[in-house]
Design a protein around this ligand. Structure first.
Ligand SMILES: Nc1ncnc2c1ncn2[C@@H]1O[C@H](COP(=O)(O)OP(=O)(O)O)[C@@H](O)[C@H]1O
Ligand SMILES: [Mg+2]
Length: 277
């Protein structure tokens, strides 16, 4: 049984903008899934179906095989945590600490457990030093981390991040890669994130969906999708730089293995130039 599954999901916004046109999406346990697509593809609209914020116009959304109903929506929200694209949509409290504590407190946990979770979440996203700050005075990247910490503190099984790295500086993006990898390897969380920055994807995801105009136009592993430059370009996405460079070298007759992540590319280059890695 999949943690999240959508079947023929259609969503029409009031005013009849058809944002999703028959989405079949599956998130198996422990997967790390990227949803890529340019602006307006429908990524945010899809994500808002994963914990019942939006109800399908037609089709269905199943969480561990069960449709979301009024009766189970609270449980679903414990299970699936969403970090919105805009952190201002989910930060309300006067201090960072209080904001991160909001969710776990609402779960009815005792104070000691809440404190423990808050400290742990702040540590994981690297913002312990912001604990007593006023969220609204923070930078965009810092607010983003606060929003992520707030969701991590709920300890969901599935964490859904909508454009998590937009507005982060390069170090922020690197840190993000690391903590997402640790959420998945250390805490066993299933991670789903959206982005239009394809360079990020191979370091984090093991499976991806490509969306365009409310439809999934391709899905597969990194290897399957990222060797199709035409597909990515047709939906106005970049081709990731490493496979693109390696393809060019290969077309010039240089024998080098295809690679998608920095560390694999480093190995491939050293081998191609006959150096030991
Ligand atoms: N509140 C809304 N009302 C009407 N149309 C919307 C609303 N939000 C998004 N849309 C439309 O739905 C489509 C998908 O948007 P969205 O899910 O935000 O895409 P993405 O997150 O991939 O950029 C777009 O055509 C967008 O204009
Ligand atoms: Mg969006």
């Amino acid at each position: 049984m999949h943690l999240i599954e959508t079947r023929d999901l259609v969503y029409v916004y009031p005013g009849s903008v058809k944002a999703l046109e028959g989405i079949n999406f599956i998130a198996p346990r422990n997967s790390r899934i990227a949803v890529i697509g340019s602006n307006g593809a429908g990524k945010s609209t899809l994500f808002k179906h994963f914990n019942g914020i939006f109800k399908p116009t037609s089709g269905s959304v199943l969480i561990k095989g069960e449709p979301i109903t009024k009766n189970n929506v609270r449980e679903v929200r414990k299970f699936v945590g969403i970090v919105f694209q805009n952190p201002d949509d989910q930060i309300f409290s006067p201090t960072v600490e209080q904001d991160v504590a909001f969710g776990p407190t609402n779960l009815g946990l005792d104070e000691e457990t809440v404190n423990h979770r808050v400290q742990e979440a702040l540590r994981i996203v690297g913002i312990e030093d912001l604990a007593t700050r006023v969220p609204h005075h923070l930078s965009g990247g810092e607010k983003k981390r606060v929003a992520i910490a707030g969701v991590i503190a709920m300890e969901p099984q599935v964490i859904v991040l909508d454009e998590p790295t937009s507005g982060l500086d390069p170090q922020g993006v690197k840190d993000f890669n690391e903590f997402i990898n640790s959420l998945s390897s250390k805490y066993g969380m299933t991670v789903i994130f959206s982005t239009h920055d394809v360079s990020l994807v191979p370091e984090i995801a093991d499976f991806l969906y490509v969306m365009n105009k409310g439809r999934i136009i391709a899905k597969g592993t990194i290897e399957e999708i990222f060797i199709q430059p035409d597909l990515l370009q047709s939906v106005r996405l970049d081709v990731p730089v490493l496979p693109k460079l390696i393809s060019t070298l290969r077309s010039h007759g240089i024998g080098i293995s295809m690679a998608f992540t920095y560390s694999d590319a480093e190995k491939a280059f050293l081998e191609a130039f006959d150096r030991k890695s």
